[in-house]
Design a protein around this ligand. Sequence first.
Ligand SMILES: Cc1ncc(COP(=O)(O)O)c(C=O)c1O
Length: 337
Amino acid sequence: MRQFPASPITALIDEKPRYNLGESVAPDLTVAELLGSAGLADLAGVKLGYGTSAGSSELRALVAARHEIAGSQVLITTGAAAALFLVALLVGDGEILIGRPCYPPAFDAVQGLGARAVTVTSWFEDGYRIDLDAFAAKLSSRTRLVSVASPQNPSGVAFRQDEIEWMLAAMSRTCPEALLLIDETYREATYGDAVPAATFAGMSPRVLTCGSLSKAHGAPGLRIGWFEGGIAWIPPALQDAEHVLASYQHMLDHPLEHDIQYYWDTHMSASFMVDPLGLRLIEQIGVDKVMWASDYPHPDGVWPNSLKAVERQMQDLSPEMRQKLTHDNAARLYGLA
Ligand SMILES: Cc1ncc(COP(=O)(O)O)c(C=O)c1O
C-alpha cells in the first residue's frame, strides 16, 4: 500500500509541541472575537446539511469574482493542502515537475501518490528566481503537471507574468497536455497596505491556481508586550492618549474603531521589576495585563535575588494575584498556557 511520507510540518499541527518557540503568529482569535455579537447571530442561523460537491455556489461566486473568472472554474477545498493533493491525484503515476524548495507537503503529496517527481531547484545565489533554461531542460513529453508556488515558500519570491508566459510556451512545445499549477497561498499576504499581485488564475486554460484563507486571512490576535519600563506609567499614558485622540481625531485618515482603553485591554501587557507605585495601581491597569520580570542579566536587575524581590513586593497581594503576575499572564502572552 502506498503511504505518504511522514511530514515534520504536518506533525506540528497533529502533535502540538508544548512549547513552540518557533511559532511566529500570535494566539488565534475566537469566532466570537472575530465576528462580534451581530456576526455570531448570523452564524447561528446557518443551516447544517449537505452542500454541493464543488462547494457552496455562493462562496464559489465570491472567489470567482475576486479572481475575475467564472464560478464554474472554482472548486472549494479544505485548505490549499487538499487542493495540492487533489491535483497530484489527477496526474496519477504520471510525471510532475516541481519547483524546489517548496512547501514540503506539496512534494510529499507527489511522492505519496506514486507520481514520478522531477525537480527544478532555485537557489539563494540567484535570488530564488527560477532558471528558465534549467526548467525547460527538465520538461519531457511525459510531464503531466508543473507545480510551483507564487510567492514561493520559503523565499517569498513571486513569479513575474513574463516568466509564467515563458514557461507555458516551453510546455506547449514539449508537453502540450500538461497543466501548470501555481500555488498562490501567500499571494494576498502582503505587508501593510501593499496591494496583492494579480492572480495567474484565468491566464490560460492550462493554468490552475490554488489559494488559501490560512495565511492571508487567518485570524491571529495582535499582542504587544511593553518590557523593562515598569507599569506605573500606564494609567497616565492611557489618559493622555484618550485626550490626544479626542483633540485630533478629526485629522485622522482612519478613525479609530474603539476607544484607547479597548486597545490596551485586548492587545497589550507590560512587565515590571520593582514598581511599588505601579502595584498600587494594579486594579486600574488590569491584573491580567501585568508580568513580573527580573531583567536578567542587566546590572540593575534583581537576579540572583529574584525570589526575595518578588516576596517583598507582593506580600500584600492575594496568592491568586501573585500567581497571575509571576506565571499565568506571561504564559498566556507567549502562548505557553
Ligand atoms: C506554499 C503553501 N501552500 C499551501 C499551504 C497549505 O495551506 P492551507 O493551510 O490552506 O492548507 C502552505 C502552508 O504553509 C504553504 O506554505
